[in-house]
Design a protein around this ligand. Structure first.
Ligand code: NAD
Ligand code: ZN
Length: 241
């Protein structure tokens, strides 16, 4: 505990990597926990370019259902604390795997949404994007410019990351004093590789997850507890500076 407090107080550059678990207390199901199935389809099969090519209407309907769910949810304590971190650490970056927009609604600004955003669609032909303010049931969604079909602006299984964004994430992690790994199982490997980039370069690492992530063994200190419980305690330590 003493080491944690001293690391938190000294840290200048901090990366937070968040996953679906941080939004669990807002009522949004994680991928692999209960609720990962919809109309007998698993998330792993729907979140693919193949599924969209085969049945765009079904995939669009699934995303619109999830968009509705995200819209009805509210950020929780965990999201709010992470937004406050920006005030305490001079250099800060939140790298989220979440697409639910809750970090933004909690006030986070220094953020990379690694896997996209559920409110955004992009044209399959001219790549133009559209950002919805409210849930839509339009299906299919047609591009205003070229009338082609639009797809969720989400990174699906089997697709490539934006290399510029990825480069920024790796560079930031590498020069971080602390890496937080919050609410992620680690089953998606790239975000964990980003975390490991920082850890291997000497960052102190803090995991918050009721269960162990795939990189648990490399972590400096683990809190096997909900993020909405642990993060306010971390904030209290920072405030007691
Ligand atoms: P995951 O579902 O694989 O893992 C979720 C993790 O959160 C688990 O390890 C679980 O133990 C933990 N967890 C559950 N409740 C928690 C709590 N209250 N506090 C802290 N941790 C808690 O999620 P992932 O690792 O993010 O990977 C899944 C992929 O699915 C990501 O690529 C993401 O884009 C996508 N996804 C996003 C959302 C969202 O935007 N909210 C929801 C589901 C899936
Ligand atoms: Zn278009």
């Amino acid at each position: 505990m003493e080491e944690l407090i001293s690391k938190l107080k000294k840290a200048k550059t901090v990366t937070v990597i968040s996953g679906a678990g941080i939004s669990a207390e807002s009522g949004i199901p994680t991928f692999r926990d209960a609720g990962g199935y919809w109309k007998n389809h698993s998330a792993e099969t729907l979140a693919t370019p193949q599924a969209f090519a085969k049945n765009p209407k079904l995939v669009t309907e699934w995303y619109e259902m999830r968009m509705q769910k995200c819209f009805e949810s509210s950020p929780n304590e965990g999201h709010f604390v992470i937004a406050e971190f920006e005030k305490f650490f001079p250099n800060f970056l939140l790298i989220t795997q979440n697409v639910d927009g809750l970090h933004t609604r909690a006030g986070s600004k220094k953020m990379i949404e690694l896997h996209g955003n559920i409110y955004r669609f992009r044209c399959t032909k001219c790549k133009q994007k559209i950002q919805f303010e409210k849930p839509t049931t339009e299906n299919p969604i047609k591009c205003k410019s070229c009338k082609s079909i639009m797809r969720p602006d989400i990174l699906w299984f089997g697709e490539n990351y934006d290399l510029l964004v990825l480069g920024e994430a790796y560079m930031f992690a590498k020069r971080s004093d602390i890496i937080f790994v919050i609410g992620t199982s680690g089953m998606v490997t790239v975000p964990m590789q980003i975390a490991m980039e920082g850890i291997n370069a000497g960052a102190y690492s803090i995991e918050i997850n009721p269960e162990k992530s795939t990189i648990h063994k490399s972590i400096s200190v683990s809190f096997q507890e909900k993020s909405g419980i642990v993060l306010p305690k971390i904030l209290n330590i920072l405030k007691s500076k």
